[in-house]
Design a protein around this ligand. Structure first.
Ligand code: ARG
Length: 579
């Protein structure tokens, strides 16, 4: 059910009858205030301008043509020509009855599924995953889950960095460690950070090591078996580390989704040759460069985009051009969505413009680089450890669970230690994820343990607790999930909850369109709050409540619980029966 879409279609049909051209914007929105009803049709003003008539008169005509008598009990014209629609309680009840027995909870499925490639997480394997990878990983995963729920064909692409020059240094160091007889797993790579640091120190200080490292990069990239073998050992261990983090984070990425930089190796030279051939890339001081007038600076100097270094080396940029070709031409993507931090915005603009010119990106493939802001510490500076180092993601998640356990224990009355541990895991991980996902993607945000673990406000614990409240009511009422009864909407709180329950699909559409999971976070928070308000005002289990009323309210509760769980699942956040 998508009320906004239904009203949009009706308005567009009326527009046609009024002789308005196709594409006239109906400007339909959810009402921002209760006085404005449930939905507003704001398109009459724009339409009147086009028809050169009086907007209020046109609004009047529109209302007559719309004929919303079956679903609205009030359609009011306000101000210069706003149309405020107040939905009918029994119409809402009817829609909810359908949603309550539907496996998809009344959310329709994409009638025209698209192939969407989503590039997310993509850590560099030379180092351990750190907080900087959190956002790409969880925002990407929430969007992927939403797209799949809507019915699109999603192809996850974990564009892991496994091919840079650091790998020469790392495998040269690994070779020596193995020669010393150290066990790979437990010693050499148990801590990727330490390993990287040790290799880097040798690179800087030890005579001959840097040369050997450079030599190993060249050998590796040209397919030398010995270097490849060392490299593979390193990569496998590093991937295993990432997989541990994915599992802890409840992220859906698997090994099958890994399409690392190295996978594009054989495509790079042909692509560079093609760009030269097409006269898109030109030689400049020994390097091959694409000069992009589209991204020229204020003085009119084109933006340089280097695709091959002096000496023949390829770059991050070259690989991204190859990735465009693979995703658009070979996989046939209708849309490519890439999540990285905002500092890479220029890079992806350069990639897109170049790839389109060269035909590496089909005209009908939409290319969305979705940037995100930085996670800040409470001091307002990029989040660091107390000593100023990068915070390892695995350690951050462990701390989250420990902190959550303290919070859960405080509230728990009759839970076993094992139950507390399990709940703490879900709350801790959920808290970190929700705190991040609920922020506007493009802004920086402040990481605060206290705020994210609070039971008040828009937090995972608040939502998880709200869910357990509903479940506890349903347990006390002794009703099963497939309980069925007529829904009747009387109280204002029931009506508010009803409208919200029917807006899940509208929210989902918006999340997918803008790649903004924070909209779903807002929705779920509002849904949980409206449920709490409803529950306070509308008794369910109290003595004296009429059976029909009680059963109707139980139906609203069941649907609320299911939608909360479904919504949180799209964010990759787990729920529990009790806490
Ligand atoms: N590995 C890169 C980084 O850590 C992110 C890769 C994003 N995807 C891409 N196609 N470039 O910054």
């Amino acid at each position: 059910m998508n009320i906004k879409q239904l009203l949009t279609e009706k308005t567009l049909a009326a527009f046609t009858q009024l002789g308005l051209p196709e594409g006239t914007n109906p400007a339909l929105t959810q009402s921002t205030r209760v006085e404005f009803g449930d939905y507003q049709i704001n398109g009459a003003m724009g339409a009147a301008k086009q028809l050169k008539t009086n907007p209020r008169q046109l609004a009047q005509q529109l209302v007559e043509l719309l004929d919303l008598s079956d679903l609205a009990d009030k359609v009011e014209i306000a101000g210069p020509g706003f149309i405020n629609v107040t939905l009918k309680a029994d119409w809402l009840a009817k829609q909810l009855s359908v949603a309550a027995i539907d496996a998809r909870l009344g959310v329709s499925q994409n009638p025209a599924p698209q192939t969407v490639v989503v590039d997310y997480s993509a850590p560099n394997l030379a180092k351990e995953m750190h907080v900087g990878h959190l956002r790409s990983t969880i925002i990407g995963d929430a969007v992927v889950r939403s797209l799949e729920f809507w019915g699109d064909k999603v192809i996850r692409q974990n564009h892991m960095g496994d091919w840079g020059t650091q790998f020469g240094m790392l495998i040269a160091h690994l070779e020596d460690k193995l020669a010393e007889g150290v066990d790979l797993e437990s010693v050499a790579l148990a801590d990727l950070e330490d390993f990287y640091r040790a290799a880097k120190k040798r690179f800087d200080d030890e005579a001959g090591f840097a040369d050997k490292s450079r030599d190993y990069v060249v050998k590796l990239q040209s397919g030398d078996a010995h270097c490849q073998k060392l490299w593979q050992l390193f990569i496998d261990t590093s991937v295993k580390h990432s997989n541990d983090v994915y599992q802890k984070l409840n992220v859906t990425l698997t090994d099958a989704d890994i399409k690392p930089e190295s996978a594009y190796n054989s495509m790079l030279q042909p692509i560079v040759d093609q760009l030269v051939e097409q006269e898109i890339a030109v030689e400049d001081q020994g390097a091959l460069v694409v000069f992009l007038q589209e991204l020229a600076d204020k003085e009119g100097n084109p933006s340089p985009f280097i695709i091959q270094k002096t000496g023949g080396g390829f770059l991050y940029a070259t690989t991204d051009l190859a990735a465009c070709q693979y995703r658009s031409i070979e996989l046939g993507a209708d849309r490519i969505v890439i999540f990285t931090d905002a500092r890479q915005a220029l890079h992806f603009k350069q990639v897109e413009i170049t790839a389109r010119k060269a035909g590496l990106l089909a005209d009908n493939t939409r290319y969305d680089h979705c940037p995100f802001g930085t996670m800040m510490g409470e001091d307002g500076k990029p989040f660091k450890t107390r000593t100023g180092g990068t915070v390892k993601l695995a350690e951050l998640l462990e701390e989250a669970v420990v902190r959550a356990e303290a919070v859960v224990k405080e509230k728990a009355t009759d839970l076993s230690d094992a139950e507390i541990a399990e709940i703490a895991r879900k709350v801790g991980i959920g808290a970190v994820k929700f705190a991040d996902l609920s922020k506007n993607r493009t802004s920086d945000y402040i990481f605060s343990w206290d705020a994210m673990l609070s039971f008040e406000g828009a937090t995972a614990p608040y939502l998880q607790y709200a869910y357990t409240r509903v479940r506890s009511i349903l347990r006390k009422a002794d009703v099963a999930d497939d309980f069925s009864a007529a829904i009747v909407i009387n109280a204002e709180q029931e009506k508010q909850l009803a409208v919200k329950l029917l807006r899940f699909e509208e929210t989902l559409q918006q999340v997918i369109k803008d790649a903004q999971p924070n909209l779903l976070c807002n929705y779920l928070y509002e849904l949980a709050s409206l449920f709490m308000t409803f529950y306070e005002a509308c008794p369910i289990l109290k003595e004296g409540v009429e059976p029909a009323e009680r059963n109707s309210r139980l139906m609203l509760s069941i649907l609320s619980a299911k939608l909360l769980a479904q919504g949180l699942d799209l964010l990759g956040i787990e729920v529990m029966e009790r806490m």
